[in-house]
Design a protein around this ligand. Structure first.
Ligand code: SAM
Ligand code: SF4
Length: 487
């Protein structure tokens, strides 16, 4: 038995399916009154974890009879928020202004805010004070109770003698705030955005407490799912037409450590590899401190694991890495990245870099640029350090904005140079690509993704979506290719 309670298929699932049924009655009643469908719009901010959570939210809504649309003027609009950087929070506050106008025009409209931002108590206070039209607020731990909370909103239920009803009402807003959870509850309906690929949560939360990062505070302690549950979910996805899965966790390399029968991430990958019909396996994110030789071997010998690894560096300066509590130093990162390059030469290595962490000097940034040049990253997400209240780095002395902007531009230039060089190496090769969608700019083109995550556009038809085909990479356009299908 997992140390963390797995409530799948048990009492809680039964309870939530019961609330989905009750919600169905509410939606049917509204349909009758309005003589039209009742619509819902789910807006996602942030990372793949949030995108997957939004599929769970939409899944519940669809099962309850809502029509999912992309227009925020829907009968019900949900913001699934991110709080990793302050600009993500500001974006949500800005957009809420617009929602308030929609709600004034249609007072029956319901507005729901959930996700990482609403794990922070000061955010809940601000929402209640300045955005009092919001109908429902809940966080990341209790998503699986969404149907229940929404039913309370529609029925005007505020509190009850039942301790299971974990909501309070502040003004107009119904709130359910959990600080922590030990529960993993996954077997509720999901509305997948793509039929041919899907994210699969293998673990939740994070125990690393990097000093700049809010994730451990808003996503809770690390909890791994049982391997059998993960395999079952992937087998179901494959039956449903899925050929590619992305295993999701804040630090996939520490997967399985907290299970009663511990299993390593490499072992999990070997089990997933055996699933017939599954063609591609991706995963993110790998923390450099936990990436084992064993994992490198498993990727090297696998015919399904994609040749792309996202290995966040954050900083190339050992001094800053120590202050960030990243546990590795510049040399250890370089050894690891260069070993991966040696063992799997066609792999692409991408990264995350933060510029402007407290006390960072020009020399520290020189170290970051040195690592960029030595590893030759295929791509990088570069971020300006953002103060997150409650994290240790928020109490450190902050840098001058102008200085940070200059350093950021230096890092960005270095990354763009290596990325261009690495992507260009593929010119003339014929490689397999998963066809993902019609090109947004030119409808005669299809867009595919190579194993190493590079994008290629080529002439083709819609019926190819979801298929893996061979493409000759004719022309490198900087960070992507124009190619041609090879029969
Ligand atoms: N768990 C992953 C890891 O450790 O690499 C990353 C998860 S985090 C959602 C994604 C990225 O956001 C991090 O790798 C980091 O570069 C960036 N990030 C996190 N906190 C930040 C902050 N306070 N300011 C700027 N960037 C931040
Ligand atoms: Fe944040 Fe560090 Fe955990 Fe990644 S490993 S989620 S950066 S605390």
């Amino acid at each position: 038995m997992n140390k963390f309670e797995t409530v799948d298929n048990e009492k809680e699932l039964e309870r939530q399916y019961h609330y989905i049924d009750l919600l169905k009655n509410v939606v049917n009643h509204l349909k009758e009154i309005k003589q039209r469908n009742i619509t819902a719009c789910v807006e996602t901010f942030g990372c793949q974890m949030n995108a997957r959570d939004s599929e769970k939210i939409s899944g519940i809504l669809k099962s309850a009879g809502f029509e999912i649309i992309e227009d925020e003027k829907a009968d019900l609009t949900i913001y699934n928020t991110c709080s990793v950087r302050d600009n993500a929070n500001q974006k949500v506050y800005g957009r809420l202004g617009r929602l308030s106008t929609y709600k004034k025009a249609n007072p029956e409209m319901k507005v729901v805010i959930c996700g990482c931002m609403t794990q922070e108590e000061q955010v809940i206070d601000k929402l209640c004070q300045s955005y009092s039209f919001v109908d429902l607020i809940f966080g990341t731990h209790n998503i699986y109770r969404f149907a229940e909370y929404l039913f309370y909103v529609y029925e005007g239920i505020e509190r009850s003698a039942d301790p299971e009803i974990d909501v309070i009402k502040k003004g107009h807003t119904l709130i359910s705030h959990w600080n922590e959870t030990t529960v993993v509850c996954e077997n509720l309906p999901k509305d997948r955005k793509y039929f041919y690929k899907s994210g699969v949560n293998i673990m939740f939360g994070c125990n690393n407490f990097c000093t700049y990062c809010i994730v451990p505070y808003v996503r809770g302690r690390e909890r791994s799912r049982e391997a059998d549950e993960i395999i079952k979910e992937i087998e179901g996805l494959v039956k449903d037409g899925c050929v590619e899965i992305m295993l999701l966790g804040q630090n996939v390399n520490s997967y399985g450590k907290n299970l009663d029968n511990p299993i390593s991430f490499s072992e999990l990958l070997k089990r997933i590899e055996k699933i017939e019909g599954l063609e591609r396996i991706r995963f993110m994110t790998s923390h450099p401190k936990d990436l084992s030789d064993d994992l490198i071997e498993v990727i090297k010998n696998s015919s399904k694991i994609c040749h792309h690894i996202h290995l966040p560096l954050q900083s190339g300066s050992s001094r800053i890495l120590k202050k960030m509590n990243r546990v590795y130093d510049k040399e250890k990162y370089l050894d690891l990245a260069l070993k991966i390059r040696r063992e799997i030469p066609d792999i692409s290595i991408t990264t995350d870099i933060i510029v402007g962490f407290p006390t960072e000097t020009k020399e520290d940034v020189d170290d970051t640029i040195d690592v960029i040049k030595k590893v030759e990253f295929d791509n990088a997400f570069t971020f300006i350090y953002s103060i997150r209240t409650g994290t240790p780095a928020a109490d450190m002395e902050q840098l001058d904005e102008e200085f940070v902007k200059e350093q950021f531009d230096r890092v960005l230039n270095a990354v763009q140079e290596t990325a261009k060089k690495r992507v260009g190496l593929l010119e003339g090769q014929t490689l397999s690509a998963l066809v993902e969608e019609v090109n947004k700019q030119d409808e005669s083109l299809m867009t595919g993704r190579l194993s190493n995550n590079t994008i290629v556009h080529f002439k083709g038809t819609k019926d190819l979506i979801g298929k893996i085909i061979n493409v000759k990479l004719n022309e490198c356009k900087g960070f992507y290719y124009i190619g041609k299908i090879v029969e």
